[in-house]
Design a protein around this ligand. Structure first.
Ligand SMILES: Cc1cc2nc3c(=O)[nH]c(=O)nc-3n(C[C@H](O)[C@H](O)[C@H](O)COP(=O)(O)OP(=O)(O)OC[C@H]3O[C@@H](n4cnc5c(N)ncnc54)[C@H](O)[C@@H]3O)c2cc1C
Length: 287
């Protein structure tokens, strides 16, 4: 599969990784867990740069934010007490659904996002958490909202940069969270996924809402119009019906080996309804 690869590097720092990437020009590729890259089997790759020893495997609190190094594995996210406590464990729960145990031991958070798949299971939870990603290249580091990271199917703002960290700001106080996934099997990538976050006032009205969707558009997306429909209202039948109709209008699913576009359009409405019902009942995201 990688018979054209001439060299495999394992840099010990981000700086060294960036130098190797620059030197390799278009023929160098970063590899982390390899669970997407190996399947892709791109024969134009001449140099592989393994970043798993570059000091990017960590989960830390920084002030009120939580920061996660790019090579942190799905298994580490799933088991981390910090991630399990953050927003009722919405990200830990999504990580726990990524493939099999063997895949989760290799697959990294950075790889899941940088691969640019619209179905990536970590993307929707991170979008509802208003996460940002830190990118590094020869010119320095920059932080951008995850929502601005995706530019098309398999296209991201990373370009030739390294994604080095994901930063999650403190979630709203009393927030309620849900992650919903439908895969063909227990260990398969999503046919559709959805995540929601709600903050309710003392009357049970929505003060703050986030809804994010996976595998129903060229990139993972926020359903911003549907979110607006919720604010100031109780999560009752009429609100749910309006929100789900709006979600159905916004999505642009495709037909592929996993499902038809029609099936995805219907299923995403069901998953969003489930997510919002779980949030409203306060029963979402227990591990
Ligand atoms: C059997 C199987 C089941 C799977 N199930 C799921 C699932 O249920 N849910 C799901 O979301 N995914 C699933 N996947 C896909 C895959 O496991 C994940 O997307 C994984 O998180 C990718 O991470 P990785 O470290 O293996 O990435 P890699 O394969 O190492 O890299 C993926 C891509 O991102 C680039 N890259 C990696 N890290 C960085 C970085 N830090 N900065 C810039 N570029 C980078 C690489 O160059 C490559 O182009 C599955 C894959 C397999 C093979």
């Amino acid at each position: 599969m990688f018979d054209a690869v001439e060299a495999f590097y394992r840099p010990g720092t981000v700086r060294e990784a960036l130098r190797l990437l620059q030197d390799g020009k278009n023929r160098a590729r970063v590899v982390a867990g390899g669970t997407d890259l190996v399947v892709e089997g791109d024969r134009s790759i001449r140099f592989l740069i393994d970043i798993t020893h570059a000091g990017l495997s960590y989960i830390r609190r920084r002030g009120k934010a939580c920061v996660i190094g790019a090579t942190t594995s799905m298994a580490e996210l799933e088991g981390s007490p910090v991630i399990r406590a953050l927003a009722h464990g919405i990200l830990a729960r999504a990580a726990a659904t990524c493939g099999s145990v063997q895949i989760r031991n290799r697959a990294t958070l950075g790889g899941n996002l940088a691969n640019g798949s619209p179905a990536a299971d970590s993307a929707a939870p991170l979008l509802v958490l208003d996460a940002e990603v830190v990118l590094a290249d020869a010119r320095g580091r920059r932080k951008i909202p995850l929502a601005a990271f995706y530019s098309g199917p398999r296209k991201t703002a990373a370009g030739k940069a390294l994604l080095i960290e994901v930063a999650i700001p403190a979630p709203p106080r009393g927030g309620r969270w849900s992650f919903q996934k439908l895969g063909r099997t227990e260990s398969d990538i999503s046919v559709v996924n959805a995540a929601a976050g709600l903050q309710l006032d003392s009357q049970g009205r929505v003060k703050w809402a986030r809804i994010a969707l996976g595998a129903v558009a060229p990139t993972p997306i926020r359903a911003a119009n549907a979110e607006k429909l919720l604010v100031g209202r109780k999560v009752d039948e009429s609100a749910l019906a309006e929100v789900c109709n709006e979600v159905g209008r916004q999505v642009r699913p495709i037909t592929d080996v996993r499902a038809s576009a029609e099936y995805r359009r219907e299923t995403v409405r069901v998953l969003v309804r489930r997510a919002l019902e779980e949030c409203a009942a306060g029963t979402g995201c227990s591990l």
